[in-house]
Design a protein. Structure first.
Length: 519
């Protein structure tokens, strides 16, 4: 049964900051950001000033504040300041497209939009005609917007937290699917502490003396935990990175601030493995690494361990559950799996009709735990189909072993059926990645003359050009390592794979490429 901690009814998530001051950490760095370092006392002041500013701008309890921010000190100030007054911060990616920005403003009813200075013109354009929206420009002035730095300087640094209920809305995160508009995922004030206690504490064993660095941004559920809630909960220090998470920028932050725990995603771990020997010393301070957002290929784990002597702790989470709910443990890695349920969470495997499958089984993964989102905003039917009582349907297809380990097979809608037999695109990708000529791969289904086929898009090593001979070699590679029907019928060599801003391969884009090539 899932663990539910007894929490006070009146609870405000911004009180994580106060707890560190009470513990005597006022002078300790809370954030090493590209624009400044904030101690815990400075973070308290910035949070309170941000809350006072939002209140002055007319933001009231449960009003939404849209945040279109990169990872600088502006993010924690606005995020915590909004929750402090009982308002609801809604962080989204500054790399998103104009149509989605318009959707975020209209869907959330945001009355205040805090954005990067360079984005203010676009944000004002998509909200044209809505004179009730106030724009605030972070990290530089912008026409038609309040300058955040100047406005914060004029505010008081004292502000009592709103007496919010533990089950009040605290913040939203938008989750994008392969179709339709992004969905507003509504989280409550108590959700943050659940992930900190159950995953960060019980599984990772994070400590006050840790320095945490995440390449995944704060607007993403994974990054929000890694870079904000986990360090604040344990009184640790967070290292933030602005701009794209490229290996040279990552290495510079690693060397500058000597993190002890490094969070990233499989695509970036693989990219960093391609870096020369000059990258090796950047990780000397790290005691272990963490991966999520997509399954970690075993070959990436092995190469990382061999080169850097560091484990990568792989797990699975979701925006709806806020962070990781099934994971390996430091020092106890079951390679090729996402481990076991995190304490406080229950998992089950069900068939397509929703019946639970006991013991060793393959089917659809469902999870329950107290960090689950309350509902999808403006998505009543989607809420009913995914949130079934205590259980959340993840949309992932998983295999549970006889030992109780969970191994990812793919998204339910990405699974392939060839000749009446199920094929996991993830298994095939992992197999292909073990070939020395393959640097990256994405596998999808394709219809050829009305017949289902498997298509592999492959990025090769620089010294191995893609040609028909290599394509045949890769097919045989799969046939000798997987079941005989699990091989790519179509092999396309590409310079790069389409990915989300968080590094996930966009399979729907690969499917569109296959369809276009067949037209």
């Amino acid at each position: 049964m899932a663990i539910t901690a007894v929490r006070p009814e009146r609870f405000n998530a911004s009180l994580l900051v106060e707890r560190n001051l009470e513990a005597g950490r006022g002078d300790k760095p809370a954030f090493h950001a590209p624009d400044a370092t904030l101690t815990y006392e400075e973070l308290r002041r910035a949070t309170n000033r941000a809350g006072n500013l939002l209140a002055e701008l007319g933001v009231r309890r449960e009003d939404r504040v849209l945040m279109v921010l990169d990872d600088t000190t502006a993010f924690p100030a606005i995020f915590l300041g909004a929750m402090r007054i009982g308002a609801v911060p809604v962080p989204v990616s500054p790399l998103d497209k104009a149509d989605n920005f318009r959707h975020f403003v209209e869907d959330s009813y945001a009355r205040v939009v805090v954005g990067e200075a360079a984005l203010i013109p676009l944000l004002r354009e998509v909200a044209a005609g809505d004179g009730s929206v106030t724009f605030v420009s972070a990290n530089g002035p912008a026409d038609g917007a309040i300058d955040l730095a100047e406005a914060l300087a004029a505010q008081s640094d004292e502000l009592a937290p709103a007496p919010t209920h533990r089950d009040d809305m605290a913040f939203w995160l938008y989750s994008s699917g392969s179709t339709g508009r992004p969905k507003g995922v509504v989280h409550l004030h108590h959700d943050i502490e659940v992930t900190c206690e159950c995953y960060a504490g019980e599984v990772l064993g994070l400590r006050e003396d840790d320095v945490m660095f995440s390449t995944t941004k704060l607007y993403h559920a994974y990054g929000l935990g890694n870079g904000l809630s986990f360090p604040l909960y344990f009184g640790a220090t967070s290292v933030l990175l602005s701009g794209p998470p490229k290996p040279d920028a990552i290495a510079a932050r690693l060397r500058a601030h000597a993190p002890t725990v490094f969070f990233s995603v499989p695509a970036l771990f693989a990219l960093m493995l391609r870096e020369g020997p000059g990258f090796d010393d950047a990780l000397r301070s790290v005691r272990f690494c963490v991966s999520a957002a997509e399954p970690l290929p075993p070959v990436t784990f092995e190469r990382w361990l061999q080169r850097f002597g560091l484990e990568i702790v792989d797990g699975i989470g979701s925006t709806e559950m806020l962070h990781i709910f099934c994971s390996n443990r430091p020092g106890a890695i079951d390679r090729g799996t996402t481990g076991r349920p995190v304490p406080g969470y229950d998992l089950r495997i069900v068939d397509d009709e929703g019946a639970e499958l006991p013991g060793e089984a393959v089917g659809n993964l469902e999870v329950r735990g107290d960090s689950c989102a309350a509902f999808y905003w403006h998505q009543h039917e989607k809420t009913k189909s995914c949130m079934k009582g205590d259980w959340f349907s993840t949309g992932d297809r998983y295999r549970r072993t006889v030992d109780g380990l969970y191994a990812y097979e793919g998204r339910t809608d990405d699974m392939l059926k060839i000749g009446g037999l199920w094929v996991s695109p993830v298994d095939m990708e992992n197999c292909l990645l073990e070939h020395p000529a393959v640097h990256a791969v994405g596998v999808v289904g394709a219809a050829v003359d009305g017949v289902s086929r498997i298509a592999a898009h492959i990025v090769t090593a620089p010294d191995r050009p893609g040609d028909d001979a290599l394509a045949d070699e890769l097919r045989e590679w799969c046939k000798t390592r997987l079941r005989r029907y699990e091989y790519p019928h179509l092999v396309t060599f590409v310079d790069d794979l389409p990915r989300t801003v968080n590094g996930k391969v966009q399979r729907f884009a690969l499917r569109e490429q296959v369809a276009s090539a067949g037209d």
